[in-house]
Design a protein. Structure first.
Length: 256
């Protein structure tokens, strides 16, 4: 996860990942506080419920997506929005002992659930990554695009911290194109998953998190807007791969 959508006080070039959702917050400051609290509070339940939600994006899928994006042994990886470490776990298995992984996330609660030897955890936001220029070979972000405050600023930071020739992959859930698919996914995420979360979760706020997830998916910017933002940040070879009609893999490279 990362931060929150832009407001009127920000740069006129800011790109919010989705339209505001006043049912959860009233302004930017309240939104940031909402995200911080809900992710901290639900961290102990996150992986358990995510395994129910992401019926097509489990460990095998995450590993294959990383490999398709060009992750290889020995890479220096920056995992933005590391959360509880689900993408990082698969990355570590690919990069091996000669690789290095740094995870960045604004939620101490989420990072407190990461138990991966050798991983460096840094509290921070995608729009202002606390990492040196050209310090990573590969950048990953798993299902956190919708929680970035300013997509344009984040993509500029991604470009800054990657070395020439470095690659990135952004995994995200995309609203289905058809009305029937959208209705089915909405019912699943707003009704079925919250009920399962209510039964299985230890935290009372966990069902609300998954309802919020759908609302951000439904209001999210279109894939072409994401691709254009990556190009505008200076990336080349920008592509989207869509799996099962809902799982987007955005990939790009920093020019040599």
């Amino acid at each position: 996860m990362t931060s929150s959508p832009a407001d009127a006080s920000r740069s006129p070039n800011a790109l919010a990942p989705h339209t505001p959702l006043p049912g959860y917050y009233k302004d930017e400051a309240e939104h940031r506080a909402f995200l911080q609290k809900i992710f901290d509070d639900t961290a102990p339940d996150y992986e358990r419920i995510e395994s129910v939600l992401a019926f097509g994006s489990g460990r095998w899928y995450r590993r294959q997506a990383l490999l398709r994006a060009g992750l290889a042994a020995g890479a220096q990886v920056l995992d933005v929005g590391i959360g509880t470490g689900m993408v990082a776990t698969e990355a570590l298995g690919i990069i091996g002992p000669k690789g290095k992984l740094v995870g960045v996330d604004p939620s101490p609660g989420m990072m407190g659930q990461v138990h991966l030897p050798g991983v460096e955890l840094v509290q921070g936001m995608a729009e202002a990554l606390p990492r040196p220029d050209a310090s990573s070979d590969f950048l990953s972000m798993g299902y956190a695009l919708r929680h970035i405050g300013d997509v344009s600023a984040a993509f500029a930071e991604f470009h800054r911290v990657l070395r020439p020739g470095g690659r990135l992959v952004i995994l995200e859930i995309t609203k289905p194109r058809g009305a029937l698919g959208t209705a089915m996914l909405k019912t699943y995420m707003r009704s079925v998953v919250p009920v399962i979360a209510l039964i299985a979760a230890r935290g009372r706020t966990t069902p609300r998190l998954w309802r919020y997830y759908w609302d951000t998916i439904e209001a999210c910017i279109a894939p072409e807007t994401v691709l254009q933002a990556l190009r505008h940040a200076g990336f080349v070879d920008v592509k989207q791969r869509l799996e099962l009609g809902i799982f987007s893999e955005y990939t790009a490279s920093k020019a040599q």
